[in-house]
Design a protein around this ligand. Structure first.
Ligand code: ATP
Length: 778
């Protein structure tokens, strides 16, 4: 397409015909995959094809295999399901079907195949790959193709992408679609909780997952459910007593609602199915708990709708990676599947991933549940422990530490509110209580801490009330209050004295850049104030995601969801007027993360970040680009186009000014408007990802503090690990000393990390948006 003038493909030499298909159950994000693959393939100078109706299309061929152009996938990021269709295909289980598939690929000249689907689809892909040489032999023997033609197709270049709502493939932390399904589930549970509480009812909620309990587990963690049932880890034989015991305990504490989440595939240790009816009967038993109990089976709503921001990002980045993998492949490279480990997109051998997944199902059949759990990724079993820790609080004697190891830990929120702050506090408190620690709430940040004695108390220092805290799992904002003030502003001496007065053994901070700055100050002040020689750690929480030491902060996922939803609506509103560009101002401080990831999620035409700045030349190039886009637009576009600009991208060019410039330059060819979602970006109810990560990371933080124990002033003074930030960096979760961060990794004037790990994503937004590559004059 001409709209892509100026972005020279960098790999013209290897022109390939790359086909993309979606298969198995549909999942949100599949359309994002297709869009990314089609456009990246074209960008790399290749031809892109779509195979409609999954393996059915591959077997039947004909017009189910279609060449795709750049504009064919416009707007697909915001669409749910899969627009190229998917189907169950019996024929592909047979060799004859796979032979037909090979024939269709070769006769269309297609030499690479990208398949996005669940474990069944990838098993089929792996089988196809393994059998390929013999299929080629057969096609040659039958004389359908000459040996010369077949020479080019000796190796099937195939790459897998995991699209599934179940998150059931071993080797990847998340499948494309699973966080969208989780969002639907958590939304439903949040709604049910209100009515459950009102009537003091119990609800048994059945979620999808025949062999995989990821959805049930994560929904349990995110909503703070009372009990869960998953296939990989059946409860002990006394599960009836155990469940009733926990529910009874919670009810006695004063809880008015009971939520039990069960995966479709839930089993007991003997391999017998556990059904929602069985659970209802137990909870409702007149001789036992006698709760008014209802069953809700969520069913297909879990698949529904448009993808959350995370799935759009995953779909886009993995789609791009799949095309790169296709182009990198040699006959020697093993066939790969694109996976994600923590925050890092990686290629893994397809065969291995498929085999490991099969092993889980077999282990469950054999009732070897330890094996089944060990085959799931590390996050899965960690989250399982997190769930147990935060639900059956103080019910496990063996978790209690000996008296002398128990600590008094101060909890404090610093900076602006961010989704997940409350979930983190809740999990931290639960963990503390389970271990015998004393968690203490410091209300309203350092400002509240310093001034809660005076005439006008601003905050308070109080023990947590577990019943109250237990209700915070899905609450937005900050229940203990947060404040931007730094310890230096509150008075370092006052803070140091208070820490001494309250005999805190450790400090757990949750917050954004101010919180990071606060830890740096407290650490530096240790020389002067010995009471500050206690271990302290920060769990980053800010929508701007600008805290050094991590690639992810709590609240940033919630923010991106809000932003993407807002942009989708704005974009659609243009469908009547058609030719309209919206210039949307995003939050993010001096970090372009939110704008860039938002742009990735909505398919922005341009993204302006503080890191890059905005120049007159850049604007001029984008105006030209938009003009040519609209000039060629023969009415096929049904929605507007978007430009995302970070609030601090430029001191001169604001969203409004850019919109005005565009309108003026367009000479009536298109319209332009600005939009500012503002504080809406903080989100209402935090996203499940923010809530689940809050739980997991908060527990890790307390465990980290716990290692130090009490009265360790001298050790703390010399150990850099005594003042840290927890973070997700690439493929791992790590604690980094603030000393290292403040000295080496922080861009202080701009209040952000020196390195922006998401830089490459900016380039991808530009490539997939068809934006001409703008080169800065050095
Ligand atoms: P999900 O479980 O998320 O719905 P899936 O990809 O696992 O997705 P399946 O229905 O198991 O969905 O598989 C989709 C298609 O893949 C099948 O209809 C079939 O065409 C093909 N397929 C699955 N397993 C095999 C196999 N062992 N051999 C050949 N083809 C297979």
């Amino acid at each position: 397409s001409n709209s892509r003038k100026g972005s020279a493909p960098s790999k013209m030499a290897v022109k390939k015909k790359i086909a993309i298909m979606t298969s198995g159950g549909d999942s949100p994000g599949m359309n994002g995959v297709v869009r990314a693959c089609v456009r990246m393939a074209i960008h790399m100078g290749c031809d892109a094809y779509c195979i409609y109706e999954g393996y059915e299309g591959l077997v039947r061929g004909g017009d189910l295999i279609r060449k795709m152009e750049w504009h064919d996938v416009r707007g697909w990021l915001s669409e749910g399901g899969t627009l190229i269709g998917t189907a169950r295909c019996m024929a592909f289980f047979e060799r004859a079907g796979r032979l037909a598939a090979a024939r269709n690929l070769i006769s269309q000249g297609i030499d690479a195949l990208i398949i996005c689907g669940g474990d069944g689809s990838l098993t089929g892909a792996d089988r196809f790959r393994a059998e390929w040489p013999s299929l080629i032999e057969e096609l040659q023997a039958s004389g359908e193709f000459t040996a010369e033609t077949l020479e080019h197709y000796k190796h099937l270049n195939i790459v897998g992408l995991v699209g599934s709502i179940d998150n059931d493939l071993s080797g990847t932390d998340a499948t494309i679609g699973c966080y969208s399904a989780l969002a639907r589930i958590c939304h439903a549970v949040d709604l049910i909780e209100a009515t459950a509480s009102s009537h003091s009812r119990a609800f048994v909620i059945e979620v999808m997952g025949r062999h995989c309990g990821w959805l049930a587990l994560m929904a349990g963690v995110a909503t703070g459910a009372d009990f869960i049932f998953i296939p990989e880890k059946p409860r002990e034989d006394n599960w009836r007593e155990e469940m009733c015991g926990i529910v009874d305990h919670h009810r006695k504490l004063g809880k008015r609602k009971t939520i039990v989440i069960i995966a479709e595939g839930a089993l007991d240790r003997q391999g017998n199915k556990i059904t929602p009816d069985m659970i209802r009967d137990l909870l409702a038993d007149k001789n036992g708990l006698g709760l008014d109990t209802r069953i809700t089976t969520l069913g297909h709503v879990q698949r529904g709708g448009t993808a959350v921001a995370y799935d759009r990002m995953l779909a886009t980045l993995q789609g791009v990676e799949a095309v790169k993998a296709v182009l990198d492949a040699t006959p020697e490279t093993p066939t790969c599947v694109i996976a994600i480990t923590e925050n890092k997109i990686v290629r893994k051998p397809l065969m291995q991933a498929v085999q490991d997944t099969k092993k889980v199902a077999r282990a469950i059949e054999r009732q070897d549940f330890d094996e089944a759990m060990s085959l799931r990724d590390a996050e899965f079993s960690e989250q399982y422990r997190s769930f147990m820790m935060t639900t059956a609080v103080q019910m496990n004697e063996h978790l209690m530490l000996p008296e002398k190891e128990r600590m008094k830990i101060g909890f404090i929120n610093v900076g602006a509110p961010a989704g997940g702050m409350n979930a983190a506090v809740r999990a931290g408190v639960a963990y503390c209580l389970s271990r015998g620690h004393e968690p203490v709430a410091i209300y309203n940040g350092f400002a509240g801490f310093a001034r809660h004695h005076g005439d006008k108390p601003l905050g308070a220092v109080r023990d947590f009330d577990w019943l109250e805290v237990d209700g915070w799992a899905s609450k937005g904002g900050s229940e203990i209050g947060t404040n931007r003030e730094l310890p230096s502003e509150s008075g370092m001496e006052t803070i140091a004295n208070l820490i001494e007065q309250y005999k805190f053994d450790a400090l757990f901070l949750i917050g954004g850049f101010e919180a990071f700055h606060a830890v740096c100050q407290l650490r530096k002040a240790r020389d002067q104030y010995p009471s500050l020689c206690i271990p302290m750690t920060l769990l980053p929480a800010t929508i701007s995601n600008n805290v050094p030491g991590t690639e992810y902060s709590l609240g940033s996922d919630t923010c991106l969801n809000e932003l993407v939803e807002y942009c989708d609506k704005i974009k659609q509103s243009a469908s009547a007027t058609r030719r309209r560009v919206f210039v949307i101002e995003t939050q993010g401080g001096r970090s372009g993360y939110v704008a860039t990831l938002g742009g990735l999620g909505v398919g922005a035409s341009a993204v302006y970040t503080p890191e890059e700045g905005i120049s007159l030349e850049m604007l001029a190039a984008d105006v030209q680009h938009l003009k040519s886009v609209f000039a060629q637009d023969k009415g096929q576009s049904r929605a507007g186009r978007l430009i995302l600009i970070n609030e601090k991208a430029s001191r001169v060019y604001t969203a409004k000014l850019i919109a005005d410039i565009l309108r003026d330059e367009a000479h009536g060819r298109f319209e332009s408007r600005e939009g500012i979602p503002g504080h809406m970006q903080q989100g209402g109810v935090p996203s499940p990802m923010d809530r689940c990560r809050a739980v997991r990371l908060a527990i890790r933080c307390i465990q980290h503090l716990e290692q130090f124990g009490r009265n360790v002033h001298n050790r703390v003074k010399t150990d850099p690990m005594s003042a840290t930030v927890i973070g997700i960096k690439g493929a791992s979760v790590v604690f980094t000393p603030v000393q290292k961060l403040e000295e080496d990794e922080t861009d202080w004037p701009n209040r952000r990390p020196k390195a922006a790990f998401w830089r490459d994503m900016k380039e991808i937004v530009d490539i997939l948006g068809g934006r001409p590559q703008y080169h800065h004059p050095e």
